[in-house]
Design a protein around this ligand. Structure first.
Ligand code: SF4
Length: 339
């Protein structure tokens, strides 16, 4: 009985110690448990994220600041006196003529960039120069003129043979039709001679006003303005005119200069367009007429970077003519096989 009593008495005591032990163990486990340490990497990740966001914001701010500074620079560059929105007619004429004088000094050797020996060769070469470079035409015409030196020879040619010879200039089928057509017209209507009047020249197949003025100005000494892609782009950059139609550009520019300047002005402007004032990357930082140009800053203004954009003799490279005039300061262009 006594023993039973003792057992009964001790049993509840044992029961009460179990939860206490459990609590202590739990406390110890809680102290030791590595699971409770997980907030450390989480904290680290959060810190990294915060740092990345900070960095991104800083990068964004730097880029934005740089962009703003560049925009400001271009805007400042554009605020040259030449941008005067209300330029008077007299001021425009003066500025245009000053640009022409500056260009005359820079390009004292300006000339047509097609090789030719007579009006017929210049006429054919000019027709061939559509949609290609003068260099490519100059590399192509020596063989053509060696085989067909006169309008009569070209008029009597086998079209497929002409096509093969002028293939490097592109659009060779259409161009063959044009040059053979004009050779026939010269033979049949003008006694085998190139006429020296604009109204006759524009009647020839494939001959527009631009071609006619090139021939008149350079083979006959008749003053003319040649509005090609370079000429149109530059005179609009200089705010000489807003016109885009070549004939209107021609009229507007002609009114700013005496007739005697027209032909050489055309060469100088085209030289400048090909060497410095390019369509997509004008080399403003290396441009001698920058102080007179309302579009300064449209291209590269850093002098060193701009210098690298210069072409032909300005960039120390060969020119477009295989037979340039004696005063040309650059190297002659290479023939087709070597080019
Ligand atoms: S290169 Fe620049 S500064 Fe020179 S004419 Fe062209 S746009 Fe004007």
């Amino acid at each position: 009985m006594n023993a039973k009593k003792t057992t009964r008495a001790t049993t509840p005591a044992t029961k009460t110690t179990t939860p206490a032990k459990k609590t202590a163990a739990a406390k110890t486990a809680a102290k030791k448990a590595p699971a409770k340490k997980t907030p450390a990497p989480a904290k680290k990740a959060a810190a990294t994220k915060k740092a990345a966001t900070k960095k991104a914001t800083a990068t964004k701010t730097t880029a934005a600041t740089k962009k703003a500074a560049a925009t400001k620079k271009v805007a400042a560059a554009k605020k040259l006196p030449a941008t005067a929105p209300q330029e008077s007619r007299t001021a425009l004429v003066r500025r245009a003529r000053r640009i022409n004088r500056e260009l005359a000094e820079v390009y004292s050797y300006a000339h047509p960039e097609l090789d030719f020996e007579n009006p017929f060769e210049l006429l054919v070469a000019t027709v061939l120069s559509a949609q290609t470079t003068d260099l490519r035409v100059n590399q192509t015409t020596p063989r053509l003129f060696a085989k067909y030196p006169t309008p009569e020879d070209l008029a009597a040619a086998v079209p497929e043979e002409v096509e093969e010879l002028i293939r490097p200039t592109g659009f060779f089928r259409a161009k063959t039709k044009s040059i053979m057509g004009l050779a026939k017209a010269l033979r049949d209507d003008f006694g085998g001679e190139v006429p020296g009047r604009i109204e006759d020249l524009v009647k020839l197949p494939g001959v527009g006003r631009k071609t006619a003025f090139v021939v008149l100005g350079n083979a006959f000494g008749v003053p003319g303005i040649t509005v090609d892609t370079h000429f149109g782009r530059l005179v609009r950059r200089w705010k000489w005119t807003e016109e885009t139609d070549p004939e209107k550009v021609e009229t507007a520019v002609a009114a700013l200069f005496p007739k005697s300047e027209w032909t050489m002005l055309s060469h100088r402007v085209i030289f400048h367009g090909r060497r410095i004032c390019h369509s997509r990357k004008p080399a403003c930082g290396a441009c001698p007429i920058a102080p007179l140009c309302p579009s300064y800053g449209e291209g590269e203004t850093d002098p060193e970077k701009a210098k690298k954009l210069l072409k032909y003799e300005m960039g120390g490279l060969p020119g477009q003519r295989l037979k340039p005039p004696p005063d040309y300061p650059g190297k002659p262009a290479p023939p087709l096989a070597a080019g």
